[in-house]
Design a protein around this ligand. Structure first.
Ligand SMILES: C[S@@+](CC[C@H](N)C(=O)[O-])C[C@H]1O[C@@H](n2cnc3c(N)ncnc32)[C@H](O)[C@@H]1O
Length: 324
């Protein structure tokens, strides 16, 4: 961990107000071209995954033909008002994260991200192990260094999606009470459905359908808040709101752990023009994300001990402490 290479730039050339970025923006603002690119991007994702032995369509089919639909009523908060940004198309799904198809394909998509992030790994499983293992180790090291006297016993995973990050946290800290929170009831339904076939836990994972900007959960009720692969999907104002909410939710001495794509990564800075055009087509807020100064956002919210480390060739884990 930590041996991954940084690029020479502050951020990739295709971010913000550069000629290259303006050209890509103009191309994808042209609706007919955007639709073609979006479709192309989806096809490329599925075929690359299947070439890497990730049975994308089979995995999605199994979910879509399962009893997952039963979980929706228990999970969905009917009075939740979705923030505007969330109603954008994401990841080439016109309804973004608010569909069964997106929820059914999320596990294969997550596996593909790990495979792409760690291309030197001997298999997809190995890539996943490296990506998630380095992230968990960064959290553990931060906790040992700054808050060792506190036991991690209440964990919140904001933007838990179908619960993959949540389950890693619950497995790592088996005596903790773990909560996964997300804006998509479809993703949460898959999370709950999958958890039903997992070995029983001391405390079952609690799934909450809510907005991470304003969770409605009591202040100072967690000692670890994780936000994994969420911020690249959010405008800057939402990132700021979620960080402030995490600060409110953490007990003094508690740890915040973020992981996401890193603008410092050499691989990200050197993405080919075709790849970053496809990337921008499926990630509407990627520019805002890369232009957000994360350290400053954490400092302004009140966090201390802010530490950033590349935990994969493409991703940084940022950890911080709520002061005591
Ligand atoms: C890429 S997924 C996260 C993956 C997951 N944490 C993991 O590591 O496997 C991003 C998630 O963030 C969620 N999300 C985006 N904005 C959110 C918000 N304001 N509040 C809660 N969840 C949000 C999306 O619904 C989506 O499930």
């Amino acid at each position: 961990m930590g041996e991954y290479e940084e690029g020479k730039l502050e951020r990739p050339k295709w971010v913000g107000e550069t000629p290259l970025s303006r050209l890509v923006q103009a191309l994808i603002s042209f609706k007919p071209l955007f639709s073609v690119l979006k479709l192309g991007s989806r096809r490329a994702l599925i075929s690359t995954a299947e070439k890497n032995n990730i049975p994308w369509r089979q995995m999605a089919k199994e979910i879509l033909e399962s009893e997952v639909y039963r979980e929706l009523d228990n999970i969905q908060n009917q009075s939740l008002v979705y923030p505007d940004y969330y109603l954008n198309p994401f990841h080439a799904y016109d309804e973004g994260n608010l569909t069964w198809l997106a929820a059914a394909e999320a596990e294969a998509a997550t596996m593909s991200i790990a495979r792409r992030a760690v291309p030197d790994a001997s298999s997809t499983q190995e890539a996943i192990k490296i990506l998630r293992g380095n992230w968990l180790r960064a959290i553990e090291q931060h906790h040992i260094q700054y808050s060792e006297s506190f036991v991690i016993n209440d964990i919140l995973d904001i933007g838990c999606s179908i619960g993959i990050s949540t389950r890693y946290l619950a497995d790592k800290y088996p005596t903790a009470k773990v909560t996964g929170l997300d804006l998509s009831p479809y993703f949460l339904a898959v999370a709950q459905h999958k958890e039903k076939s997992a070995p029983p836990r001391k405390f079952p994972i609690r799934w909450i359908h809510a907005n991470g900007e304003d969770t409605g959960l009591p202040s100072k009720s967690f000692n670890l808040v994780s936000i994994a692969f969420v911020f690249h999907e959010c405008p800057t104002r939402v990132i700021v709101n979620i960080v402030r909410e995490a600060f409110r939710l953490l007990r003094p001495g508690g740890t915040l752990a973020l992981i996401d794509s890193s603008m410092k990564s050499k691989v990200v800075q050197e993405l080919s023009p075709v790849l970053f055009t496809l990337y921008k087509c499926t990630e509407p807020f990627i520019d805002e994300f890369y232009l957000t100064d994360m350290d400053e956002t954490l400092r302004e919210a009140g966090f201390v001990n802010i530490t950033s480390i590349l935990t994969s060739p493409r991703h940084a884990t940022i950890t911080a402490t709520a002061p005591q």
